[in-house]
Ligand binder design. Structure first.
Ligand code: ADP
Ligand code: ZN
Length: 528
């Protein structure tokens, strides 16, 4: 097979049907393949499930030489290669799981021109020994998968990706393509620059996933809410449940199993063999639920995941989009559901405050978190919000919770002023800072050991909020945090005034607040 000429796309179509058994290209696949087959560079931003793999696999087959695929997902390489071999493609991988003699065999096949595709992790590629090897035989192209891993501000940063900047010098004239499903404008620019893809053509697919229904509801008793979602809408279907901590992964999986719902745990603290076993069972079985930390999912290609549930809020919209994107890869209706509460904000802030990062890193992490909070609290279409974050426009979708049941809003200006005043009085007159629970007690004038000890009854704000109940006040505080009027600090969710409080306190800004919908899983009243 020679390099593609003017009829390149026909050759590509031939390979698509003969090798892969599909009869048409999707979206921009054909254009991307043409670009690479004719020797140009490309940057491809395409959502998960969009079909990125064919974009480099087919041009690698069209051009002479071996296509190098760089991926951080060592654990998946064996499966990817097996899938390619099954359709007759000569593929192999080089990574630390191979015995030395196995690696040597792969190297020999590469040098003999017997490989169409060779997968490896970036840390392997940047070794001088590997570069020398790859310079001894022709390369058809270099594909950099999960290219957002080069972004230092992203949540998947892999330092070894930075070393890939040397590729154009080491392999001049070899077309390169960077692919990712994480596509904020900032990541896009950063990866283009860091990977030295200035001359690349950019292919940006729509990030809309119309078959996914986005829903975010207040967290009351999250497991009950999850159980309700499963039994009412997704009985017997496959799903992924994301939790923040390993411990909650295990207890949640057990809790579901105790209720007759087939669920398995997955997190990085489990034995590699157990993880592999659970992953394989999830991929093969129908109706199995994987309860996991975000360690699970990258590169997982299971088309019929019917729901992705978050019991804890992700730390960024990028993360949320990637994780929810694992639902409905087959295009069938699917649910992205999340339970979210003030506690999520508190714990995410704490992670950032206590992280080792530089101030610049922390500021970036806080900005990512704020965008996520805004998505949680939005009273307009979630899909529009999500797409706007990725720099794309859209119309209200009619298929997310806020479109289907527009939240009722009320003028919460006075309530906001009262809550902020309570925080100020406690801080200024008593030198004390509290979490949401006690602030609400002060607003309601509800006596407790704490209020007696602090003589809070004597404060002017004592009992000024009795027009609302405890259950009404909590969402007020949560929304004030999301708007930056309050900030959660420290380990115990202590609330202090935020930068946006001033204009509200001075009456320069009104505050529209949403009325919380009753959570779907609240079969009995939680302790709240
Ligand atoms: P991504 O890497 O973008 O998440 P994949 O390359 O894994 O997506 O493709 C997702 C699924 O879509 C795979 O099962 C793949 O075989 C299938 N697919 C890709 N391109 C086509 C096509 N042109 N026609 C039909 N199915 C396709
Ligand atoms: Zn909508």
């Amino acid at each position: 097979v020679g390099p593609a000429s003017g009829e390149g796309s026909e050759d590509a179509l031939g390979i698509l049907s003969r090798v892969f058994g599909y009869d048409a290209f999707r979206g921009q696949q054909a254009a991307i393949i043409d670009r690479l087959a004719s020797g140009g560079d490309a940057v491809v931003l395409m959502p998960t499930g969009g079909g990125k793999s064919l974009c480099y696999q087919i041009p690698a087959l069209l051009r002479p030489g071996t296509g190098i695929v760089i991926s951080p997902l060592i654990a998946l390489m064996a499966d990817q290669v097996a899938a390619l071999e099954a359709v007759g493609i000569r593929a192999a991988f080089l990574n630390s799981t191979l015995e030395p003699y196995e690696a040597q065999m792969v190297e020999q096949r590469f040098l003999a021109g017997e490989l169409d595709l060779l997968y490896m992790a970036p840390e392997r590629l940047v070794l001088p020994r590997t570069i020398q090897l790859l310079q001894r035989a022709p390369l058809s192209l270099i594909a950099i998968d999960e290219a957002h891993c080069v972004s230092q501000w992203g949540h998947d940063f892999r330092p070894d990706y930075l070393g890939l900047a040397m590729l154009p010098e080491a392999f001049p004239g070899v077309p390169r393509v960077a692919l990712t499903a994480t596509a904020t404008r900032a990541t896009h620019e950063e990866l283009t620059q860091r990977l030295r893809l200035e001359g690349a053509e950019h292919f940006v697919a729509s990030f809309d996933r119309p078959n996914i229904q986005y829903r975010i509801e207040p967290k009351a008793s999250p497991r009950e809410q999850l159980l309700r979602l499963i039994t009412a809408e997704h009985e017997g279907e496959s799903g992924i449940v994301y939790c923040l901590s390993r411990k909650s992964v295990e207890t949640t999986a057990q809790w579901l199993a105790d209720r007759g719902i087939p669920a398995l745990p997955y997190h990085a603290g489990l034995d590699a063999a157990v993880r592999r076993d659970h992953q394989e069972r999830f991929l093969r079985a129908e109706g199995l639920i994987m309860v996991a930390t975000i360690a699970f999912g990258m590169g997982i290609d299971k088309p019929d995941v019917r729901f992705v549930a978050h019991l804890d809020m992700p730390k960024s919209i990028e993360g949320y989009y990637q994780e929810t994107g694992r639902a409905g890869r087959d295009g069938q209706p699917s649910t992205a559901w999340m339970a979210y509460g003030l506690g999520d904000v508190v714990s995410q802030r704490r992670f950032i405050d206590q992280s080792e990062g530089t101030e610049e890193f922390k500021a970036s992490a806080r900005a990512h978190l704020d965008a996520m909070l805004a998505l949680c609290e939005t009273i307009t279409c979630r899909r529009v919000q999500l797409l706007r974050y990725f720099g794309q426009d859209g119309e209200p979708c009619g298929n997310c919770d806020t479109c289907l049941h527009p939240p009722q809003t009320w003028d919460g200006t006075v309530a906001a002023q009262k809550a902020l005043s309570a925080v100020i009085r406690l801080d200024r007159e008593r030198g004390q800072r509290f979490g949401a629970g006690h602030i609400v007690e002060v607003l309601l004038g509800k006596e407790s050991e704490r209020s007696r000890q602090g003589r809070h009854q004597e404060l002017s704000v004592w009992g000024i909020g009795t027009e609302h109940s405890d259950r009404e006040w909590r969402p007020v505080l949560r929304q004030l945090v999301a708007r930056g009027c309050l900030e959660a600090v420290g380990d115990y969710g202590v609330l202090v005034l935020g930068p946006a409080a001033g204009p509200v306190l001075r009456g320069e800004e009104t505050v529209q607040l949403a009325v919380d919908r009753a959570p779907s899983g609240r079969s009995r009243r939680g302790a709240a």
